[in-house]
Each structure stands twice: as C-alpha cells, then as structure tokens.
Design a protein around this ligand. Sequence first.
Ligand code: ATP
Length: 373
Amino acid sequence: MTQQQTAGGDVRLAGISKTYGSFTAVHPLDLTVPQGSFFALLGASGCGKTTTLRMIAGLEEATTGTVLLGEKDITDLPPYKRPVNTVFQSYALFPHLDITENVAFGLRRRGIKSVKKQVDEMLDLVQLGDFARRKPHQLSGGQQQRVAVARALINHPQVLLLDEPLGALDLKLRRQMQLELKRIQTEVGITFVHVTHDQEEAMTMADTVAVMNGGRVEQLGAPADLYENPRTTFVANFLGTSNLIEGEIVSTGSDLVVAAGGGRLTLPRERCPAPATSGGRLLLGIRPEKISLAHADDADTIAAGRNRVTGRITDSSFIGVSTQYVVESPAGTALQVYEQNIERDTRLVPGAEVVLHWNPAHTFGLDAAQDID
Ligand code: ATP
C-alpha cells in the first residue's frame, strides 16, 4: 500500500475560541496535534469537541485565534482550500453511485479522468476491493463507513478529521472499526483527529487524548497517563470508574500519609496534586480493578504496606469477566471493587464484612479545593 504524503506538520490551535452570542462553546484553546499522530477529542455531549473540529476544517469560523498547519496560517482559508478532509457520522455517500464512483468523486471533481489505480488502492486500503461495483445500500454500516474513509483519503489530505464516525454502528462493529481505523491511520501515516464521547474508543485508538469539559481541555495526554494520573474528578470519572475518598494529610515524609476511609492511607508524593502540608485536605482516588478484597476474618493474611479500608458488601454482581462489588465503609463511602477470575463458590456475598486492600502506588491524589468545595 502506498504511504501517503505526510508533509504539512503539526496542527496548532492558538487561542482559538468560539462564541455564539453570549454563549461560549469553546474557550480560548491552545493545542498542538503532532503530525502523523492519532489524536482524540473526548468529552460529553455539548463540551465543544465538534466545534473545535469544525474550526480546524474551516466549517466554523473561529471567534478568536489562529489555526496553523505546520508554519502555514490556514485560519482564513475556506474548507476546500485546506489540506484537510472530514468524515462525518452520516456517511453522506451518493446512493445512486457505486462504490468506485463514490470514492472517485473527489478526483473527478478535480478533473482527473484516470481514477482506477487510485480508487483500487483506496479500496484495498479499506479492504473493500471486492465491493467496487456495489451501491451503498448493498453494504453494511461498517462497510459504508470504510467507503467514507476511502473517499476522504483519496485526495491525500494532510489531516483527516473524524466526527463521531462510528456513532451509528452497533457496539461489536464499533469495536472492529476502531481497530480498522487505527490500522488505516498507521498505514497512511497522516494526522487523524477523532471526535468521540466514548472513552474506550478514544483510549483504543488514540496516541493522545484531549479530554474536554465545558468548552475547555481539562487534561491532555496519552491514554494510560490520563487513566493512571487523572488531575481532576471529571477526568477520573470520565475515563473509567474511580473511587474517590476524602482525606486529610497527617504526615508528609517521602510518601504522604492521609487519614481517609476510616484508616491511614499512603499516597506516593509524586502523585499528590498540590503542595502537601499536614492538615491539608485532598481526595484519594483508586480504580476499582486495583482493589483486592479479603474477608474480615482473613485480614491478617494481607501483606504489610498495602492500603486498607474496612467495609461491608452491599451489592455483588457477576458480569462474566469480573465480579463487581459495592462496599460501604464505616464512614459511609460507597466503594466499587472489580475482581477477576473468582470461582463461583469463593465470591463474597452482600452483608460480608471485608477489608479492601491495594498497592499504595496505584493511589492518586486530587486537589480537594477544586473538587470538594
Ligand atoms: P455532541 O457530542 O453532542 O456533538 P459536542 O461536544 O461536539 O457535542 P458542540 O457541537 O461542539 O459539542 O457544541 C458545543 C456547544 O455549542 C453546545 O452547547 C451547542 O449547543 C452549542 N452550539 C453549537 N453550534 C451552535 C450554534 N450554531 N448556535 C448556538 N449554539 C451552538
């Protein structure tokens, strides 16, 4: 497969914003999307991700700021003059044209007559070589989506923008298409900017994820970094499930000791969000799958040095890959625990008195002033 032209450089948004009347959809935003990366804008409905994407495409005029592609300022270029193409959730294929002509459309519009070689290459890329003569209605949703991608790529854009392109697909097909889009991006090597509200989708596909909330980027990073080191409760809760426990710092040695959840919990200093002083308040976070459960009677078998919270199981659900427990601590905090590979007869039942325990290294700290008040 041919490697596409990768010239162009990073996409840089500098102070870009969008207001509609008195409403600010996107607050001034500085963001760099590295050339050749798979970049996701992730957030709940209405957070401004589509508006941001449309400002890169030129489909929405920015209220302030500039859009740069490499060194070139493209802020005032109309969409068709930008080396950028967009794939929308509605594939917008031409129903009366076959797949070949749908994919060839951009070339024909530029007056190129001999399209076969390029179309064949594109159809191979999206693995639809055998479907060239079909009409869109004779394809599945996933196949139609791949045609839309081929059609967007045939003009060799430097950046491909994808606006919830998998939104119309069922869950299983979505999962397949996520891997497929990732493969295509690796193969063509150009920059993909992908908008989604689905955290699993963003984490599966993207090298870098910008988590948006209320028209702002709340945190930017590699998926694993965001998951392991969320800096706000929004990010901690939007990417997976987090248990957040309010606490007070009682000592500040190489690690912090925090009174929380009815006990003393250890937080590695480098995972503490703010200057740590004794008496300071913060939130301790721990992911449900990082916690192990022991029956209270077996508490003395737990290795030394682990963080512990006692509690009582109030709910237990077996969901195939794991058993999910809700445990209420004496302080009234409900904590979620996901345990894998438990035999049916060793599962704990509601009412059981338990000790939750985990490696302190998995604990993260969040700024309580920002999040509790
Ligand atoms: P979704 O996932 O639902 O598409 P989004 O994060 O992509 O959401 P945007 O489409 O960027 O959100 O919209 C951001 C905010 O701007 C929303 O509150 C929306 O109602 C508002 N908005 C978008 N377009 C307009 C418009 N033309 N006029 C007024 N408000 C608008």
